[in-house]
Design a protein around this ligand. Sequence first.
Ligand code: IPM
Ligand code: MG
Length: 356
Amino acid sequence: MNKTIAIIRGDGIGPEIMDEALNVLAAVADKYGHVFTCVDAPMGGNAIDKFGEPLPKDSLETCLTADSVLLSAVGGPKWDGMPKDKRPERGLLNLRSGMGLFSNIRPARIFPELKDASPLKPSIVERGIDFVVVRELIGGAYFGEHTTTKRGGEDYAQDIMGYSEHEISRIAHVAFQTAQKRRKKVCSVDKANVLDSSKLWRRVVTEVAKQYPDVELSHMYVDNCAMQIVKDPSQFDVIVTENLFGDILSDEASEITGSIGMIPSSSLGEGTRGLYEPIHGSAPDIAGKNAANPIGMILSAAMMLRFSFGMSEEADAVENAVNTALRDGLRTGDMMSDGCTQLGCREMGRAICERI
Ligand code: IPM
Ligand code: MG
């Protein structure tokens, strides 16, 4: 197959981990006879420096015409003081909405080799951690009206959190279909005891559930869910929730696996063109030191092969290569433990390529 991939190298450790993902894709292309054409699409802090804006029009166009998009990570302290429309995060949000990517899937899974890295008690970890957070990505407070005005002589700011029925129902379908391929349980998370947008969320998700009688649906308030994730994560299979709750819960979910550097994510809309990125940030403190963990990025490329290109055998090959490298005791600094071999970002990338 011939596929065009838009590449967002990003900021901080972004370019280093992207190089390793591209090496892995080259190894896959070689072994399975595919041609991957990569086109750079600058976005984030580097694009602000070079073009004065976080998502130049040409970059969005490149992403909209490619078969899929790979993104490392954007942002850093250098751009923290910029006005909100000129921040790297804006580029990411505009890219998500510009591509219509309403569904963000973030797996939380414990790698058996890394279970000591989880901050949870072994008795909790032993019950298993294997769930996915399905986060609505282009609605809610992130994309509602933001205003800062004066009220009663002082500054007053508000962000409107709104959802329409179709925005809820389309993400609910994704959650139920995801659950059908897993353990067939969906937990819908909201704050329906307080928020109108959550009441509507609950009603619509309950209606959509009727089309999936093989999937068990439960509802949970977001505060309780935050607690349950650390108390007994084994109860979850698929969590579906709105944008802001999903942002928070997916960070919590990744942390309990003890390996934030290992977790990939996919963002999809109606078609097969998606955006794939590790869930970690740009880690400016270790940028350029060959110390980053490229695995979250590499597994994001594997997700792209599977979900956007329908290449499940190739995706399996990448995931197996990662598992084998871990089983062989290879580690980057962030997940190093006694008796293992510590590698740099480049060496880890090479070790994974060799195992494909
Ligand atoms: C994420 C990030 C982004 C978000 C930021 C960088 C805007 O935290 O992808 O989870 O809040 O969605
Ligand atoms: Mg986040």
